[in-house]
Design a protein around this ligand. Structure first.
Ligand code: NAD
Length: 331
């Protein structure tokens, strides 16, 4: 059995660079090619990393030195690129969001399963040591039965500013989808059902369009969600708050937790967690490579993350319909 996999990135922007940097610290994955529709970007990143550069997807997928791809392109092309990659016999790690529609998610799962290829989604927060510690503590009954999880993610996300790190396409509804739901939401809605190992069955959401910047799309949502095991999660997100927050309270029958960044409190007292969130990208790539090499299914496989995308669809629909939505409508 081979001891490492060789990957090509689809897209050579910010997150592709982060994946390539993370690869350097692990021994079971290597970069062999970079593809971008903006060939000059592919060339630049490839040159810096001694890899091959491509300006179109078919050429990358025809390269037999590429065992797997990491899809780092804008959201609206994830579906078609994953399907094409699986059909070309490549394993796939696709960045979040898995896709903008559930039909695309289904096509991606089907294509990878029929080709016998790994489909993993870049739910990097599942790889943060602090999140693994929370999940383990909940599973071991450290705070009893979880009743409520209350989570916030607030930021000011303006990709139109000169010199902004992120691409301008993030604010284009057709390319990026509703930004707060499809850019940040895939991490947030995902981690809630993952912590509890209990799917979300019902969602009630309200959203608001507050600013000119996000004209035509809601920039802030609050979702109240019921899990299959009876727990309730409340998630509030905004992309137009000048003061940021990213934290949560988890309330159980025997205790409670609070987490903000890498800081974790159990019943008000700080708990030491080994490792930091900055290792997330490496841990994710390591798991991806192991799965490609052994055939084991990754934790954030297509079917697991499809549930996250169904919850996001439910959140969007609930706000539009102004009433609760059963997630089963989309599963
Ligand atoms: N996991 C995380 O925390 C995280 C962080 C940032 C971005 N992301 C995700 O990564 C993906 C890429 O985001 P980014 O910030 O790197 O974007 P970016 O704008 O920095 O880079 C995207 C690149 O894709 C190229 N591109 C556009 N259309 C393409 C196509 N059809 N085929 C190939 N390349 C194409 C662009 O030329 C650009 O170089 C998105 O899905 C985004 O949500 C994830």
């Amino acid at each position: 059995m081979a001891d490492k996999i060789f990957v090509g990135t689809i897209g050579a922007g910010g997150i592709a660079r982060a994946h390539i940097a993370a690869m350097k610290g692990i021994d079971n994955i290597r970069l062999s090619a970079v593809m971008d529709v903006d060939f000059s970007r592919a060339e630049e990143v490839a040159r810096e990393n001694k890899a091959k550069a491509y300006g179109n997807l078919d050429d990358l997928l025809a390269d037999s030195d590429v065992d797997a791809v990491i899809v780092c392109s804008p959201h609206n092309v994830h579906g078609e690129q994953v399907v094409a990659s699986a059909k070309a016999g490549k394993h796939v790690l696709v960045e979040k969001p898995m896709a903008l529609t559930l039909k695309e998610c289904d096509d991606m799962i089907q294509a990878c399963e029929s080709a016998g290829k790994i489909l993993m989604v870049g739910q990097v927060m599942r790889h943060f040591p602090v999140n693994k510690a929370i999940k383990k503590m909940i599973a071991e009954g450290e705070i009893g039965d979880v009743g409520h999880m209350i989570r916030r993610r607030y930021s000011y996300f303006n990709t139109l500013l000169p010199g902004a790190v992120y691409g301008r396409w993030y604010l284009d509804l057709k390319i990026g989808g509703i930004c707060v739901l499809y850019c940040f939401g895939p991490h947030e809605y995902d981690i809630l059902h993952w912590y509890l190992d209990s799917p979300i069955v019902e969602v009630y959401s309200q959203g608001t369009e507050s600013t000119e910047l996000y004209k035509g799309q809601k920039d802030s949502y609050t979702s109240v969600m019921k899990h299959k095991n009876g727990a309730v999660s409340v998630l509030t997100q905004t992309v137009v708050s000048h003061v940021g927050a990213h934290d949560q309270f988890i309330i159980g029958s025997k205790g409670s937790m609070f987490q903000s960044g890498d800081k974790l409190l159990l019943n008000g007292k700080e708990v030491a967690v080994e490792g930091s969130s900055s290792q997330g990208m490496q841990l994710q790539l390591k798991e991806f490579a192991e799965c490609c090499l052994t055939g084991r299914q990754p934790d954030a496989n297509g079917r697991s993350v499809r549930h996250t995308m169904a919850v996001i669809e439910s959140a969007k629909q609930s706000a539009e319909r102004n009433k609760p939505v059963l997630v089963s409508e989309f599963e």
